[in-house]
Design a protein. Structure first.
Length: 267
């Protein structure tokens, strides 16, 4: 079996799958033979993404649900059962990133961020695990962030949620290994995706959004921002049988940013 067919016969749900890393992952897994469902909270955006992939010759299912709404998620998984069934891969990518310290972040925003970023991964996994157990096993990949390990200023809720995802990865990996379910996370660095562009818009300089994003890229040892496809490649590997002995670990796709100290030596 080649890499282009290694997911043949597998089925997948990608939350936050209508844009950015989620969309790139859904495309990659579909191209490699999986039957894939994109799950998002915005019906029109999910439909547009499914349609765009159809123009590429890929057939995907669109599911609409707020990942923080347990009843909506239950309904989405039931639709998946009817239309595809036999879940073997789950990618939890849905996330938001408002700015604020613990002082400036109000309680409703804190609850919303944790509910979507961390609670959404819990909810999706809650419904996925019994389905995977019944199918004989599977792979769950949580999209965390370098900010689960280190942090920039004014993202208290976001970085807390991403740190929680790293802990949840370990917990599920240990709890469900006997079920044949592998659980890993990926921690992207600065990726040219909608969330990064939102962050740049919130903190823009006179030079503009693109210049700011490029400056963030130069902070990484590889000297550039990453692309969603580069993260999708790692997720695709973890979802595949090539990663059969990988569980409970975090895989950084960060251009080396967490390997670098902030010390600058003179030339």
């Amino acid at each position: 079996m080649t890499a282009t067919t290694e997911l043949q016969g597998k089925t997948a749900i990608v939350t936050g799958g209508a844009t950015g890393i989620g969309l790139a992952t859904a495309r990659l897994m579909s191209k490699r033979g999986a039957r894939v469902a994109i799950l998002g909270h915005d019906t029109s955006l999910v439909s547009a993404s499914v349609s765009a992939l159809a123009d590429e010759g890929l057939v995907l299912l669109g599911l609409t649900a707020d990942v923080s709404d347990s009843e909506a998620m239950a309904s989405a998984f039931e639709k998946f059962d009817r239309d595809i069934g036999g879940l073997s891969i789950l990618v939890c990518n849905a996330a938001i990133q408002p700015y604020g310290t613990v002082e400036t972040t109000d309680h409703s925003t804190w609850t919303k961020v944790l509910g979507i970023n961390l609670g959404g991964a819990y909810a999706a996994s809650h419904f996925a695990v019994p389905r995977m157990r019944e199918a004989g096993g599977g792979s769950i990949v949580l999209v965390a962030s370098v900010q689960g390990t280190a942090t920039q200023e004014r993202v208290a809720a976001y970085t807390s949620s991403k740190g929680g995802l790293l802990a949840l990865t370990r917990a599920m990996a240990v709890d469900h290994a006997r079920d044949g379910i592998r659980v890993n996370s990926v921690s992207p660095g600065c990726i040219d995706a909608p969330m990064t562009r939102y962050s740049a818009e919130m903190n823009t300089t006179p030079d503009g959004v693109d210049a700011l994003i490029q400056s963030w890229g130069r902070m990484q040892p590889l000297g550039r921002v990453g692309q969603p496809d580069e993260v999708a490649e790692v997720i695709g590997f973890l979802a595949s049988d090539r990663a059969s002995f990988c569980t409970g670990s975090d895989y950084r796709v960060d251009g080396g940013i967490l390997a670098k100290l902030g010390v600058v030596l003179p030339e």
